[in-house]
Design a protein around this ligand. Structure first.
Ligand code: V07
Length: 258
């Protein structure tokens, strides 16, 4: 009979990594990683479960991936949790999803505070149900002073809406003489977006095999590296994140070579 001891498993894992010769370069970790967390419904369907079971599993995975991202020194993790288009889903599914921020924060907020994570959001916050807003506002308030990973949740977010909203504000500020037309440049325009003050994403990951942007961070991803995996979001783990980071670093190395 073979007895598995914890230290043996650890040694084996380290050896496998050494064998492959893969280790992350700590100096070129992407600062801002954005993820389209796709495939929760399909994950559930394959198990004969309702779609909402997939969303719930996806929620638990958010917690794990936040820990992995923080461990690898990522500064901003932007997660596409709910798009402006997602309101078209069945009412019961939307209602379930809108309870997830509350459920996530009831379960994990103390840990996030402990881990120095700061919670932020992008998207149309006013358009959310009041119980959802309340839970998130509480999380923002409790983590305001933290200076570790920024967990940036895209909620009721749509990039074209964000762009139009910015144009409205800019035109208004021109009319009020707060700015002049000549002030309008890329930097000023960026400051009118929800992502004001954040650097653009270095790496964008999409799970579940689709290879589109789906109205996510259109302006901000002008120079972003894209990375796709067939795996569904609930199955996206630290191993895969590491693979994405390694691929990102290899691409950067190649561009730097000439
Ligand atoms: C949502 C789970 C992940 C898969 C995609 C859709 C469903 C976590 C949050 C969350 C976490 C922190 C926070 C606010 C929200 C969340 C929504 C949906 C709307 F401050 N998972 N998750 N929010 N899903």
């Amino acid at each position: 009979m073979q007895i598995k001891l914890p230290f043996m498993r650890k040694t084996k894992r380290a050896t496998e990594q050494l064998d492959k010769g893969i280790e992350l370069d700590l100096h070129t970790i992407p600062e801002h990683v954005a993820i389209i967390m796709d495939g929760n419904g399909r994950w559930a369907k394959e198990r004969g479960l309702p779609r909402i079971a997939g969303h719930k599993e996806g929620m638990s995975n958010v917690r794990k991936v936040v820990a992995s991202a923080s461990k690898h020194g990522i500064k901003i993790l932007t997660l596409y949790a709910f798009s402006t288009e997602n309101w078209n889903r069945p009412k019961t599914e939307v209602e379930f999803i809108m309870k997830l921020p509350m459920e996530f924060l009831n379960t994990y907020l103390p840990e996030l505070v402990e881990e120095n994570v700061q919670v932020q959001t992008i998207g149309d916050f006013d358009g959310l149900p009041s119980h959802t807003k309340k839970a998130i506002q509480e999380a923002k308030d409790q983590t305001r002073g933290n200076n570790g990973l920024i967990l940036n949740i895209a909620l009721n977010y749509g990039s074209r809406h964000e762009i139009i909203r910015a144009i409205h504000s800019i035109v208004q500020d021109v009319q009020n003489s707060e700015i002049s037309i000549d002030d309008i440049n890329e930097e000023l325009y960026s400051s009118y977006l929800y992502t004001n003050g954040m650097i653009d994403p270095d790496l964008l990951i999409r799970t579940s095999g689709e290879q589109r942007l789906s109205n996510f961070l259109l302006w901000q991803s002008a120079y972003t590296e894209f990375w796709f995996t067939e795996k569904y979001w609930p199955d996206f783990d630290e191993q895969l994140l590491k693979q994405a980071l390694l691929d990102f670093q290899n691409r950067k190395r190649r561009y730097g070579g000439i």
